[in-house]
Design a binder for this molecule. Structure first.
Ligand code: ATP
Length: 253
């Protein structure tokens, strides 16, 4: 990253991650088992029997058409809704048995808007740590004192990322994290995500950009109509069999 402070990267990467922390391809961080979500009064099924492993030290891209259940799936992973059937395990432990605040600290979601602006001070970080986290999210220190209403959508996305990282999560859930960013900021954030996964973080990222998935995801999961229809290594995307995956690939080339 061009204007990246060395100290900022070191600070964040020295937070809670395993110092031996290389990539461990096969270790499952989150295991989703037979998750279904229905909205009974509307007769809607949003997720159907979803079973999935989200590995530690990797980026899992989640793709699929609009309304296919991608965000709903992400939100189940830190109990933003409680599944009526199915189980989510974090490090092998059923998340319904984990204190919900502790769970959300470990499994951080980057909200797509920041209504209350940067309030990192409240997290008992020193000012210099706050500045470093903002820098890490490709923002300069002037954002420290800005209100949410003063932020552009893209700035708000980056502030949300900084706020989430301040909690030192072990799992990062990202719902179209760069949808409002210019290509340079997008690249900077992608660089950060790759560094975080290389230090052992498990990252699940919904993205409508196949090119972004090809750039930074290790594994790709395709959701169609609330069902997982294909899981592939991202470098094998061109071998995808499902017609929706093929169509996505065609349109993004
Ligand atoms: N609480 C709810 N009540 C009724 N329908 C819901 C509810 N939450 C989600 N839905 C519906 O479930 C489906 C899946 O929504 P979701 O936001 O998970 O899709 P998505 O794949 O993330 O879509 P997009 O790519 O457009 O963001 C949509 O049809 C949505 O309208």
């Amino acid at each position: 990253m061009a204007d990246f402070e060395d100290g900022a990267r070191e600070h964040l990467l020295s937070l809670n991650f395993d110092e031996n922390g290389g990539v461990n391809g096969s270790e499952t961080k989150i295991h989703v088992k037979d998750l279904t979500r229905t909205i009974d009064d509307k007769g809607l099924t949003i997720l159907q029997h979803v079973t999935l492993d989200i590995p530690r030290g990797k980026i899992m891209g989640i793709i699929g058409p609009s309304g296919s259940g991608k965000s709903t799936l992400l939100r189940a992973l830190n109990r933003l809704w409680e599944p009526p059937s199915g189980t989510v395990f974090l490090d092998g432990k059923d998340i319904t048995g984990v204190d919900v605040l502790e769970l959300r600290r470990k499994v951080g979601t980057v909200a797509d808007n920041v209504r209350y602006g940067p309030q990192l001070k409240g997290k008992k970080l020193r000012d210099d740590e706050v500045h470093k986290l903002l820098t890490f999210a490709d923002l300069d220190s002037s954002f420290f004192n800005k209100q949410g209403s003063e932020l552009s959508v893209g700035q708000a996305q980056r502030v949300a990322l900084a706020r989430t990282l301040a909690n030192e999560p072990e799992v990062l859930l990202l719902d179209e994290p760069t949808s409002a960013l210019d290509p340079i900021s997008t690249q900077n954030i992608e660089d950060v995500l790759v560094k975080l996964k290389n230090r052992g973080m498990a990252i699940a990222m919904v993205s409508h950009s196949i090119k972004q998935i090809q750039r930074i995801a290790d594994v790709v999961c395709l959701l169609v109509g609330g069902e997982i229809v294909e899981v592939l290594n991202s470098n094998q995307l061109s071998e995808a069999m499902h017609p929706m995956a093929r169509r996505f690939l065609e349109l993004s080339s």
